[in-house]
Design a protein around this ligand. Structure first.
Ligand code: ZN
Length: 519
């Protein structure tokens, strides 16, 4: 069944324009998989014409199967006075081999004349030629009308002509963009309605949050005839960011009462938001609407009392419907059902009556209290559940390790030794590395490869460190998040300790143990 509103995620393209955001190719693949499982309809992976990292992303993504989402590559209309078939940037779009291609073009005469330096007629030809060419190659084409609202306010006739040029050439969707993010909801509604009166294809909306109205503008457009909305997870994006899909999705589903992502995904909204923040190495914003830790926290005694009697008295929705929880009533049962859901998702046979559930829950609570977070470290969580559920011994243990570092003139030399036990056999290895974690990783791997040759393919792909505030007056703790790949899958593991090397070792051990477990 077709949803009332389509969700188009551009976290991996527009979102990466945000300050402080830098995703590796492995990060992008993990986020794409997460978005696909969650059920967004389109995932814009990048701009192949703008950087080699995005070309690599599309090459690797082409080998994967996405269950729900359609992958889109992003680019621009052809250059002026160049035949579309000889435009390199357009050729790279086809080479990305995505089913969907999104191209942007100019609506605003100011940009046509003074930025592109061309004529209004040539701009219309650039739009029409590019859309037609991509359609002729069998692509589903989304036309993003850059500065759609500013352009319309400047010259309504010309703006409409550019959108019609895209539609006549075969664009499947025309998306109106508030590129500078400075429009008001009533303007967005009025102009979207004008477009709706002239075009027959699906209309999209793409907004930015420069004056704090990204979400309001997207909803205004949806009520005025748009049915496709573009945005990013947690509102990442240049300047103050894009329209935040984490707010769009529940507003569409619960407030506008229209269908968008699968209903079963809505309770995973908070987890999706946290996952992407973890990968981006951002602290999750506690005040983020819908999903923040304080979104349903009740402090005032009277509120707490009222909420305990009738939740609805001080809550606009049931927090669980977006995967959040009330902060005064930490219900053991809620925690229990969350863990059951998560464990089933990870492939374990478990029910609310499984006797080990109590121990699993206690262990997770204890670790979370110590600073562990499992949102982006599902492999560590899977190992924890497996150990308790199956009463298994780990396949190996690290009996001892030593890391040393010395500076020799200009060069620093780091060396690690590791003693690993498998059954009653012991391996003792030494390795050098670029840094202590790299040396430790090499030594551990060298030792374990003797017992488990198949871990040769397993590689550490990313390493992130976060210093956790100390809450008890003790030394600050370090949380290490590691991403690992065997060329086929990626997984995340976590370690926490006052000592960064110890935290890293925990995450490394989990990453290898998970590789052995998954087979
Ligand atoms: Zn944008």
């Amino acid at each position: 069944m077709k949803p009332d509103v389509e969700i188009y995620d551009t976290t991996l393209r527009d979102g990466t324009q945000g300050e402080g955001i830098n995703f590796s190719v492995a990060d992008k693949l993990r986020i794409a998989e997460k978005l696909d499982t969650f059920g967004v309809h389109y995932i814009e992976g990048g701009w192949p014409g703008s950087n080699p990292k995005d070309i690599e992303f599309f090459a690797r993504a082409a080998r994967r199967k996405f269950k729900r989402a359609r992958l889109a590559s992003f680019g621009s209309t052809r250059r002026k006075h160049v035949a579309v078939e000889s435009d390199d940037q357009v050729r790279l779009l086809l080479e990305a081999r995505t089913p969907v291609i999104t191209i942007f073009g100019k609506t605003w005469l100011l940009h046509v004349k003074e930025v592109l330096g061309t004529t209004p007629e040539e701009n219309l030809a650039m739009i029409g030629d590019t859309v037609r060419f991509l359609r002729d190659h069998g692509k589903f084409v989304i036309y993003d009308a850059e500065h759609a609202f500013d352009g319309f306010k400047d010259s309504a006739d010309y703006a409409l002509a550019t959108w019609e040029a895209a539609e006549h050439a075969g664009a499947d969707i025309v998306t109106l963009c508030d590129t500078n993010g400075g429009c008001l909801p009533n303007e967005v509604a009025r102009i979207t309605a004008a477009a709706r009166g002239r075009l027959t294809c699906r209309l999209g909306i793409h907004t930015h949050n420069d004056i704090g109205l990204g979400l309001a503008n997207a909803l205004a457009a949806l009520e005025a005839g748009a049915s496709h909305v573009q945005g990013t997870i947690n509102g990442y994006g240049e300047r103050t960011g894009n329209c935040n899909l984490i707010s769009v999705i529940p507003n569409v589903a619960l407030k506008l009462k229209k269908t968008c992502v699968p209903a079963a995904s809505l309770p995973k909204l908070r987890e999706l938001s946290q996952f992407v923040d973890e990968i981006a190495n951002f602290r999750h914003d506690p005040r983020q609407p819908w999903v923040g830790a304080t979104a349903f926290a009740h402090k005032g005694g009277m509120h707490v009392n009222a909420v305990q009697k009738v939740a609805r008295s001080f809550e606009h929705i049931d927090p669980a419907s977006v995967g959040n929880s009330r902060r005064v009533l930490v219900s053991d049962l809620a925690g229990r059902s969350n863990i059951v859901m998560k464990a089933q998702e990870l492939g374990f046979k478990i029910s609310p009556d499984t006797p080990e559930l109590k121990d699993i829950l206690a262990r997770i609570k204890e670790l979370e209290h110590r600073g562990y977070e499992f949102e982006a470290a599902e492999a560590s969580l899977a190992l924890l559940i497996r150990k308790i559920l199956k009463h298994e011994e780990p396949p190996f243990t690290v009996d001892a390790y030593h890391v040393s570092m010395r500076r020799d003139r200009e060069e620093s030399v780091v060396e690690a030794t590791v003693k690993v036990r498998v059954g009653d056999q012991v391996a003792h290895t030494v390795a050098e590395g670029d840094g202590p974690v790299n040396a430790l990783d090499s030594a551990l791997r060298a030792a374990l490869t003797q017992f488990f040759p198949r871990i040769k393919k397993v590689q550490l792909t990313d390493y992130k460190v976060r210093i956790l505030e100390s809450s008890t007056g003790t030394a600050a703790r370090t949380r290490v998040l590691i991403e690992t790949s065997d060329g086929k899958d990626e997984w995340g593991t976590v370690g926490v300790n006052e000592n960064i090397i110890e935290a890293s070792l925990q995450a490394l051990v989990d990453s290898v143990e998970y590789a052995l477990m998954k087979k």
